[in-house]
Write a protein that binds this ligand. Structure first.
Ligand code: 4BW
Length: 147
């Protein structure tokens, strides 16, 4: 059985295994939905962070909110992809973590979200910490204990 008593999440910095910002696909507030859908489709991700021109985190955008924004009263309105901007439909109420937070904070975010954006003290996104990284760290701990 996995003994987590020596795996103290409160002592491991969230920055240790995060994906650095330069490797994180993102879109900007003013981008049309068409651009966001292109980014999501080409990268294969369901959701990516939304940043302003200074790199500050503003929210996330997902394929599902874009599709929802295209639904008119009777049919799908493709024009919405060009008429609406990312800032019109993005989700803003997204919990984040800070560069000096530990994995314990990220764990709580990852219960309901597939990634946590890591922000510096000016709210700039320095990276993301994903469920995959959390599970990899737990797996490594598990196999270390068995060996
Ligand atoms: O293109 C992909 N490459 C790899 N290696 N894995 C992928 C890719 N697309 C999806 N996956 C896998 C990952 O295990 O599917 C999971 C769910 O993807 P998602 O949520 O629903 O698009 C992935 O899980 P994860 O690595 O724990 O990532 C959780 C979420 O974090 C993803 C996506 O919304 C975001 N994300 C991850 N890496 C990203 C990213 N967003 C932007 N840029 C990145 N580099």
């Amino acid at each position: 059985m996995l003994d987590l008593s020596n795996f103290d999440l409160s002592t491991i910095p969230v920055t240790e295994n995060m994906i650095d910002a330069e490797k994180v696909a993102h879109v900007q507030l003013q981008n049309p939905l068409e651009h966001a859908l292109l980014v999501l489709t080409k990268t294969g991700y369901n959701a990516v962070p939304v940043l302003d021109l200074d790199g500050k985190f503003c929210g996330t955008i997902s394929k599902s909110v874009i599709v929802e924004a295209m639904f008119g009263l009777e049919q799908i309105e493709v024009d919405q992809l060009y008429d609406k901007k990312v800032e019109d439909v993005m989700e803003e109420d997204i919990p984040t973590v800070r560069i000096d937070d530990s994995l314990e904070k990220a764990l709580h975010v990852l219960i309901d979200h597939s990634f946590a954006c890591v922000l510096d003290h000016q709210d700039k996104m320095v990276g993301i910490y994903t469920r995959r990284e959390m599970l990899k760290q737990l797996r490594n701990e598990y196999y270390q204990q068995r060996s």
